[in-house]
Write a protein that binds this ligand. Structure first.
Ligand code: HEM
Length: 149
């Protein structure tokens, strides 16, 4: 198993990075859609339906599969011999940030359900602030895996 993963290491890493790009695109864009949804769109209008469709498709067709692919290829890298030195700080920093990113994804999924039920309670300003969460986590993750401090 270790040999197999080692042989495929460059491919696994490339597929991991591609999945990360797709996941991050959604994590940046969905809260932005929520900002416009809450600030500009009246509940029960055709535009409300349109936003709900865009949000559902973004989450189900792009973000969910991209998150799963990121985890699958990321864990394949974790199990590749010699890739993760657990005695250093950066793998732990990355692991904590990735858990935070996964929590944020699920938080967005719950907020989407609130819009469907007509029960969104988060303001546009709060969604703007939450929009910074994936940016901060991404900075920590990328500096962790590349600078490796
Ligand atoms: C979801 C769980 C994740 C796991 C288990 C995981 C695990 C890993 C592992 C073990 C590596 C190999 C490190 C190396 O070769 O030195 C890696 C590479 C990488 N990861 Fe992740 N990762 C995850 C999510 C993410 C996320 C969310 C991002 C970005 C926001 C990210 C960005 C990267 C990048 C840019 C690399 C390539 C670093 C290099 O060039 O060596 N990963 N990941």
């Amino acid at each position: 198993m270790g040999d197999f993963l080692a042989n495929w290491y460059p491919w696994t890493k490339a597929l991991h990075v591609v999945s990360v790009i797709a996941w991050m695109a959604g994590l940046f864009y969905l809260p932005r859609l929520f900002v416009y949804h809450v600030e500009v769109v009246a509940a029960g209008t055709p535009t409300d339906d349109l936003f709900q469709t865009m949000e559902r498709r973004l989450l189900r067709a792009i973000m969910n599969p991209a998150m799963v692919a990121t985890w699958v290829f990321g864990l394949a890298l974790v199990f590749t011999p010699g890739v993760v030195p657990w005695s250093e700080v950066w793998p732990w920093l990355k692991a904590a940030s990735v858990l935070g990113m996964t929590w944020f994804h699920h938080w967005l999924g719950l907020r989407r359900k609130d819009f469907v039920a007509g029960q969104n309670a988060v303001t546009g300003r709060q969604y703007r602030m939450m929009n910074e969460v994936p940016t901060l986590l991404m900075l920590v993750i990328v500096f962790s895996v590349i600078v490796k401090f």
